[in-house]
Design a protein around this ligand. Structure first.
Ligand SMILES: [Zn+2]
Length: 218
């Protein structure tokens, strides 16, 4: 810490001597300001994007007719991830991917009928609000399936592997532990959202969510 401070002071002195210190500070401040304002929200055909990333949650929905199918690039990365997990003796499996508005409607209705709406809302999305409708979300599980779609999935070798490696394939754990109040969902260690490697790495490092990172949709 002390060393860092010293290095910074020397740099400042050098910059001051060159008469560019103030300019540099100003530039840095500007960069920070730009970075903060950088998150750009756009809408196209009723679909919301932040910095070009499709955004859907409980508050921001997708049009009922939006049915892109499985995103090819995301699925390729998922398949690669599953394949490479075998090298670590992990039996990761694909459980579900793209889901249409209509399918989500049927699912949600069945959950509400079974558990009531309040309970269903904690684990299921209303039609038009499922990330699976984007074609960018996947549920994974273990070959033996005993902990699939349960919080305990994270304790399986497959769940641990996903937690440690998914970001290197461009996926984030979309509904992390302790972020229930922000995402609106209980912890889902099996639900992966493709965002590309750069953003996935950032979200992983900062242990954050799309809502927090984009400062949007809460
Ligand atoms: Zn899911």
């Amino acid at each position: 810490m002390k060393k860092l401070f010293l290095a910074a002071s020397i740099t400042s002195l050098m910059l001051t001597a060159c008469g560019t210190y103030d300019e540099t500070v100003e530039q840095n401040n500007q960069q920070v300001a730009e970075k903060k304002d950088q998150h750009k929200v756009t809408r196209k055909d009723g679909v919301t994007y932040v910095d070009g990333h499709l955004f859907v949650n409980k508050k921001v929905g997708l049009p009922s007719e939006y049915a892109p199918g499985e995103n090819v690039k995301a699925r390729m990365q998922l398949d690669r991830m599953i394949q490479e997990s075998r090298q670590d003796d992990v039996n990761l499996v694909f459980r579900s991917g793209f889901r249409s508005y209509e399918t989500q409607q049927q699912l949600y209705s069945s959950y509400v009928a079974k558990d009531g709406q309040a309970a269903a809302d904690k684990y299921s999305a209303k039609p038009g609000h499922s990330e699976h409708q984007s074609g960018l979300a996947f549920d994974v599980g273990s070959a033996n399936a005993s902990d699939d779609f349960k919080t305990s999935f994270v304790k399986t070798p497959e769940g641990q592997w996903v937690k440690d490696h998914a970001h290197t394939y461009g996926f984030i754990i979309r509904y992390p532990e302790g972020k229930e109040a922000i995402t609106g969902y209980q912890y889902e260690p099996w639900h992966l959202r493709y965002v590309g490697k750069d953003l996935a790495q950032t979200i992983h490092n900062e242990e954050t969510t799309l809502e927090e990172y984009f400062e949007f949709g809460q």
